[in-house]
Design a protein around this ligand. Structure first.
Ligand code: XBP
Ligand code: MG
Length: 257
C-alpha cells in the first residue's frame, strides 16, 4: 500500500558514491589500486572484480573482504586492523587527489536539484558510507569551496559502526536533522543503499548507475536513469511520476501520492 505524505517535504538526504557522482569505477577503484602499488602489493582490482566487491560497503571492510576471499595468507599480518587502516588512508589520499583534479563531475540534475532545494529552504543532508574528507572534497571540487556549508548534516563513514545496508547512517542523519523519516526523501543509486534508506523509513528515489542498474529496487518510490535536466529529462525505469520530466521540488512533494 502506498503511503501518503501528510505535508511538504522538509529534507532530502543524498547518498554520495554513485548518486552525486560516478565515483566508483574510475575513482575509488583507481585509488585502491594506487594504494596497493604504494604498499608493494601485487593486487589489482579490475572493473569487473570491483563490481563484485562493491557488495561490501566501506573501503576498509572491502579490503578485508578481498583479503579473506583472495589473499588469505595476508591475514596473518601483524596488527591487521592498523595495517588495513593505513592502506585505506593511503587510498583516501589518492582518491582526494583524483577529486581535486576535477575529473569526476556530478551526475545530471544533482547541482540543479541542490540549488532548487536551497531556494525552497528544504534541508539538504548527506548519508554515505564513504570517508568524510571524500565528501567534502567532492562537494568543493564540483559545487565550490563554500558548498559543504549548504548541507545541514553530513553523515559519513565510521560515524556509525554498522554501514549500509544497515539503516544506522540514515537514522543518525535524521536525528541530527531533528526530523522524522516521513518528512524526508532519500536519493540512492544501489540496492544496498536503498535497503538502508527503507529500513530507516524513508521514501527513496533510485537513480541507477552502471554498476547498479540490474539490482533489485523493490520498495523504491521510483527508479530513474538520473535526476534529469530541463533539456535532458530522465528515463523512468519503474514507478509513477505523474508525467514529470525531472526531479524537482514539486515532484518530491508529490512522491507516492
Ligand atoms: C559507497 C561505499 C564506499 C566507497 C569507498 O558509499 O561503499 O565505501 O566505495 O569509500 P555510498 P571509502 O554509496 O554510501 O556513498 O573507501 O572511503 O569507504
Ligand atoms: Mg551509492
Amino acid at each position: 500500500m502506498e503511503r501518503i505524505r501528510d505535508s511538504k517535504i522538509s529534507a532530502v538526504l543524498f547518498d554520495v558514491d554513485g548518486t552525486l557522482a560516478d565515483t566508483e569505477r574510475d575513482g575509488h577503484r583507481l585509488a585502491f589500486n594506487a594504494a596497493f602499488n604504494d604498499f608493494g602489493l601485487a593486487w589489482h582490482w579490475n572493473a569487473a572484480l570491483y563490481g563484485e566487491l562493491l557488495k561490501i560497503t566501506g573501503g576498509k571492510e572491502r579490503i578485508r573482504y578481498y583479503m579473506e576471499s583472495y589473499a588469505p595468507d595476508k591475514l596473518k599480518i601483524n596488527e591487521l586492523e592498523n595495517w588495513i587502516a593505513n592502506l585505506h588512508s593511503t587510498k583516501t589520499k589518492h582518491f582526494v587527489a583524483l577529486l581535486k583534479s576535477g575529473l569526476i563531475p556530478l551526475r545530471p540534475g544533482v547541482a540543479r536539484l541542490i540549488q532548487e532545494l536551497r531556494v525552497a529552504k528544504i534541508k539538504i543532508a548527506i548519508a554515505t558510507t564513504t570517508t568524510p574528507i571524500n565528501v567534502i572534497t567532492l562537494l568543493k571540487s564540483t559545487l565550490g569551496e563554500n558548498s559543504p556549508t549548504w548541507f545541514d548534516v553530513i553523515a559519513a563513514g565510521d560515524i556509525v559502526s554498522k554501514k549500509k545496508p544497515a539503516p544506522d547512517i540514515y537514522l543518525w542523519a535524521l536525528e541530527r536533522l531533528g526530523l522524522l523519516a516521513h518528512q524526508c526523501v532519500a536519493v540512492e543509486d544501489s540496492e544496498c543503499g536503498l535497503r538502508a534508506a527503507l529500513a530507516a523509513g524513508l521514501d527513496t528515489i533510485v537513480t541507477v548507475s552502471d554498476y547498479t542498474e540490474k539490482q533489485n529496487f523493490n520498495g523504491a518510490s521510483v527508479v530513474l536513469s538520473d535526476l534529469g535536466e530541463p533539456l535532458k529529462p530522465f528515463t523512468v525505469l519503474s514507478g509513477n511520476i505523474h508525467g514529470g520530466k525531472l526531479v524537482d521540488v514539486k515532484m518530491l512533494n508529490n512522491l507516492n501520492i
